[in-house]
Design a protein around this ligand. Structure first.
Ligand code: DX5
Ligand code: ZN
Length: 225
């Protein structure tokens, strides 16, 4: 019922393949793939070529979080590169219903992402078309930031809307998720948990990098909910 999604933003990029297979072997469910363009957000990361390169390494869902503007041009490239879920920020799309349709026409699940300051009204007319809602609990652009508690209120509000819709829509949280706050976040309504620094920093001192204990610790907290 709960899914753990390591963000490869905090992985060692010189060993990216191993860093992905190691978290999956350690029990992670989803690979969270952060795409930044130095325009919508003040950082620059990875694109469709890297997605295509990692696709053969795992059957796990690749969850592409687009922090790019404009959005639509790059969506087919990620679909062809093997993405399973593609999420975008509504402020970065001129026509949000069209963007959702484009993601689905390309055969992927569609997600909408809410920054800490973004109102939920963007859901009003499109919630039924979404497969995922992603609540940001940091401002997008960097790993390792502190969890913004207001995100809990937002999760609870979105959980109510999803339940009222009767649809099977994932509710994901991204930013500052740690062993000591994941249970509280689950109680607020999230079912999918992105964790970058919490997971990748925990394994970086072992050789090879091992992530079993941190992923078990996250799951143990979720089992208490
Ligand atoms: C931030 C990214 C996050 C980030 C989370 O813009 O969307 O996915 O990697 O990193 P942590 O878990 O370290 O806050
Ligand atoms: Zn992300």
């Amino acid at each position: 019922m709960y899914r753990i999604a390591p963000s490869i933003l905090s992985a060692n990029f010189a060993k990216l393949g191993e860093e992905i297979t190691n978290v999956i072997d350690a029990g992670a469910d989803i690979i969270h793939f952060d795409v930044m363009d130095n325009h919508y957000v003040p950082n620059l990361t990875i694109g469709p070529l890297i997605c295509e390169a990692i696709r053969p390494l795992t059957d796990a869902v690749i969850d592409v979080h687009l922090m790019v503007e404009p959005v639509d041009r790059i969506i087919p490239d990620f679909a062809k590169a093997g993405a399973n879920i593609i999420s975008f920020h509504p402020e970065a799309s001129r026509h949000i219903d069209r963007t959702i349709g484009l993601i689905k026409d390309e055969g992927c699940k569609a997600g909408m992402v809410f920054n800490p300051g973004t109102p939920l009204h963007y859901l009003d007319h499109v919630l039924d078309k979404l497969d995922l809602v992603l609540i940001m609990s940091v401002n997008p652009g960097f790993g390792g930031q502190k969890f913004i508690p207001e995100a809990l209120t937002k999760l609870t509000a979105v959980r109510k809307r999803i339940n009222a819709s009767g649809k099977d829509i994932m509710l994901e949280i991204d930013g500052g998720v740690k062993v000591d706050n994941i249970a509280e976040i689950a109680r607020a309504g999230a079912d999918t948990f992105v964790a970058g620094s919490a997971i990748y920093n925990a394994g970086k001192d072992s050789d090879p990098h091992r992530y079993d204990s941190v992923i078990s610790a996250l799951r143990a907290e979720l089992n208490k909910v």
